[in-house]
Design a protein around this ligand. Structure first.
Ligand SMILES: [Zn+2]
Length: 253
């Protein structure tokens, strides 16, 4: 079986045959009437999904670009820095790396020392003074996972979710057993095929027995991948950042 990993190519909608009602959420230019994918208000800005803070340079050319309003766009950037820095910081502190992994994160720490001191203050130590765990700010993490997942759901599945998801799960690599990891990484079989024309339809593979399977989209190898999946009862977006942070959002219909 050969599951080819397909990538976003660009935001050209010339060949878009999906539900035209969501077109206003799929593109942004200054002249058109496009809507913010997060709040549904008029878009006056655009947004890369995933945000570049989660990627290394040089950036890939396969990033989705979606309409947003400036208010939403700006409101996320602080929390995005928090999550991107946290993912490196946990590895640095828990796995005893010599330094944070990504140069972009080191630059962010240098420019905004308050982020690192927030992390320092949230470390819990054992009685013999070893790092036990880091207390995360769940609200910040959840808000960014929601943001990223809304973008992937619209772009890949033509599914608009402005409501709260039913499930938000996330874990760091050391918290996962091999069994949980294998299960997480498995590529699910669709019981309904995504609408023809939606990008989701582009990312499914056909298995030997002709069942459609949704595949992981590798945005940057080792740094960011996601899987978007829909069945009769739910929409699921899984995101893996740095092969260290694993998340899953589910909206039930
Ligand atoms: Zn907005």
């Amino acid at each position: 079986m050969n599951f080819s990993k397909k990538h976003f190519i660009d935001n050209e909608l010339g060949n878009y045959f999906g539900d035209t009602r969501i077109l206003e959420f799929l593109k942004y230019d200054k002249k058109g009437q496009f809507k913010c994918i997060y709040c549904g208000e008029k878009a006056n800005s655009r947004e890369h999904i995933p945000s570049k803070i989660f990627l290394n340079e040089p950036f890939t050319t396969n990033l989705a670009i979606l309409p947003s309003c400036k208010k939403c766009n700006n409101s996320f950037s602080e929390y995005e820095q928090y999550l991107a820095c946290l993912i490196d910081y946990v590895q640095y502190k828990i796995d005893n790396l010599k330094t944070v992994k990504r140069s972009k994160i080191q630059k962010t720490f240098n420019a905004r020392p308050n982020i690192e001191s927030e992390f320092e203050n949230s470390i819990k130590y054992t009685q013999n003074n070893k790092v036990d765990y880091i207390e995360y700010n769940h609200d910040k993490i959840k808000s960014i996972l929601l943001k990223l997942s809304i973008g992937h759901a619209i772009y890949s599945l033509s599914a608009i979710h402005l409501d709260e998801p039913n499930i938000i799960n996330y874990k760091f690599f050391p918290e996962l057993t091999q069994e949980v990891l294998d299960n997480f990484n498995s590529e699910p079989v669709f019981d309904i095929a995504p609408e023809i024309g939606s990008r989701g339809a582009i990312y499914i593979s056909i298995s030997d027995d002709n069942t459609p399977i949704s595949t992981w989209n590798i945005i940057q190898d080792g740094q960011y991948r996601f899987l978007a999946f829909q069945d009769k009862s739910s929409t699921t977006i899984k995101i893996v950042i740095g092969e260290y942070f694993f998340s899953e959002l589910i909206w039930k219909n």
